[in-house]
Design a protein around this ligand. Structure first.
Ligand SMILES: Cc1cc2nc3c(=O)[nH]c(=O)nc-3n(C[C@H](O)[C@H](O)[C@H](O)COP(=O)(O)OP(=O)(O)OC[C@H]3O[C@@H](n4cnc5c(N)ncnc54)[C@H](O)[C@@H]3O)c2cc1C
Length: 505
């Protein structure tokens, strides 16, 4: 006899698991549900750590751009007060040589030195000619998409090197269907006009403004969302095996939970390893699914945080996040995390000793003294093609920050943070969609398992916090009512609109 029985069991307390929980709580099903998560704190990859000196660092640069009214309803209910949030204008640049080019690069080649503008324009014109000559050709790889839409100049100066630093694989190994709204295709006439008049382009894209929680970093949102779920519905513990035939999950402490439907938000490549079946037919199905998960590609993310004493420097100003395509830094992105909320740093009257100066020399004094403080959060991709050394990554990062003017040699570093996240980015590889087609339908149709989430369903374009949360909501609706899951299956459609069909109240 199992220790307990629930109608819906959810594995994981990241945004996807909390989306499922929020929907289940709203539906008030006659039978119960349970969410089990292996960490004490909810939030998963959308979490935040605090250093012993009091600096907050998210697990990488997290900015909310929501496509869903339901998601907004939830986070507004979780953090309802006006002073729970700060609203920011995106101020984002790309480091190019010793210049900062406004984001997105392809719309702002007017800001490059003239020789580079010519290379970029040459490529853009060639790309336009290519599109005119071959109107029916559809690019398959990301590399082909870049060559066709942005041209070889922008490709070589920015897109290829930058994307290799982010993804850890070459653009020729990535597909391009995932791009949708994410990469700005420039208007050639505007680009040429801007280049001649040396005018920067207007603010582009979906996250031109964004909100950030005042307290607790991004993780603060998810702690607050988890608090809206009754305590007894969230259990801390690790699921160690799932028997989908008898619909039984086993926890690390030996407890067994029977369920009718299972929503798993675990990384699907790990999840299939805990599934146990006994019939030969099921074993064969599972073997095929496991084989397909081995074709999925991902990279790891290393987050480096630096806390500095002093006023925020002029050169940093109100910048939010910055991109680094060149090889003088290990990081591809830097976030001025102290600009998002003053509570991301300790209060000015907190006294801290200087650990070191940015150039590595010992500080003049190790006596603790007061602030103000500011902080940088830097992200590094780790993959087979971009190996990183955890022993030296902090030092390499500081050197990169010095080389790109983020830090000055005499800056006083008072706090450092380094953490590696295994499974950071789900890579839109060439074989991804075919592999997912051999994994997700089998788990759902043959085993009644909804594997969903950033790495549960492995679609980067449906892998942000709002998407993940709604993948959980829609998985529940699918499991309970048979409703189609639009975020998973119609991602471009969902991403191209404001989705208002579901509301929390
Ligand atoms: C570097 C980086 C930058 C990002 N930037 C943004 C951004 O700017 N904007 C944005 O909206 N989103 C961003 N995201 C995405 C965001 O973090 C994800 O959308 C979200 O965290 C995914 O949620 P999830 O619940 O699907 O998965 P996860 O957060 O991975 O949660 C899965 C949970 O399952 C738990 N689990 C695993 N195995 C078990 C087990 N056996 N038993 C019990 N529990 C288990 C894990 O511990 C984890 O808590 C970023 C992510 C990264 C890594």
């Amino acid at each position: 006899m199992p220790d307990r029985h629930v109608q819906v069991l959810v594995i994981g307390t990241g945004p996807t698991g909390l989306g499922a929980a929020t929907r289940l709580e709203q539906l008030q099903l006659p039978q119960s549900y349970l969410v089990v998560g292996q960490e004490d704190v909810a939030g998963g990859l959308a979490g935040t750590d605090e250093t012993s000196e009091g600096f907050l660092f998210d697990y990488g640069g997290h900015v909310i751009f929501s496509h869903y009214a339901y998601f907004d309803d939830t986070i507004n209910k979780a953090l309802p007060k006006e002073d729970d949030w700060y609203e920011h204008q995106r101020v984002s640049y790309i480091r190019s040589g010793s210049a900062w080019v406004p984001y997105p690069y392809q719309n702002n080649i007017s800001q490059l030195p003239q020789s580079e503008q010519l290379v970029a324009l040459d490529g853009l014109l060639e790309a336009a000619e290519l599109r005119a000559a071959t109107p029916t050709v559809k690019p398959v790889t990301f590399e082909q998409w870049i060559d066709r839409n942005l041209g070889k100049g922008i490709g070589e100066m920015f897109m290829h090197p930058y994307n290799f630093k982010v993804w850890g694989v070459r653009t020729s190994e990535m597909q391009c269907k995932w791009l949708g709204e994410r990469v700005a295709a420039p208007n050639l006439k505007v680009v040429i006009k801007n280049a001649i008049t040396r005018t920067p382009a207007g603010n582009w894209g979906p996250n031109a403004t964004f909100r950030f929680p005042a307290r607790g970093g991004t993780g603060g949102i998810w702690k607050a969302v988890a608090e809206m779920i009754p305590r007894e519905k969230i259990q801390v513990g690790r699921v160690v095996s799932v028997d989908p035939v008898h619909k039984l999950a086993k926890m690390g402490n030996g407890e067994t939970i029977a369920y009718d439907k299972l929503v798993s938000t675990m990384n699907v490549d790990h999840f299939v390893d805990i599934v146990q079946v006994s019939s030969e037919a099921d074993k064969e199905k599972l073997r095929m699914v496991k084989q397909a998960t081995q074709e999925l590609v991902y990279s790891n993310t290393i987050v480096i945080g630096l806390g500095m004493r002093g006023q925020r420097p002029e050169r940093i100003g109100d910048k939010c996040w910055l991109y680094f395509p060149e090889d003088n830094t290990p990081f591809y992105r830097a976030t001025i995390f102290s600009n998002y909320s003053p509570h991301n740093c300790p209060a000015q009257d907190k006294v801290l000793p200087t650990l070191r100066l940015a150039n590595g020399s010992a500080p003049a004094s190790t006596e603790p003294s007061s602030g103000p403080y500011w902080s940088l959060m830097l992200e590094v991709c780790q993959s087979a093609q971009r190996p990183q050394n955890m022993d030296t990554i902090l030092e390499e990062t500081i050197l990169g920050a010095l080389a790109t003017d983020l830090l000055r040699p005499g800056d006083e570093i008072v706090s450092t943070y380094v953490r590696r996240f295994e499974h950071g980015y789900p890579t839109p590889s060439l074989g991804r969609d075919a592999a997912l087609g051999r994994i997700l339908p089998v788990l759902k149709d043959d085993f009644d398992i909804w594997s969903r989430g950033r790495f549960g369903s492995w679609k980067y374009e449906a892998g942000n916090q709002d998407h993940s949360f709604m993948l959980g909501v829609e998985a529940v609706d699918s499991a309970v009512f048979g409703t189609p899951e639009m975020t998973l299956n119609e991602t471009d459609w969902v991403n191209g609109r404001r989705n208002v069909e579901r509301r929390l109240q």
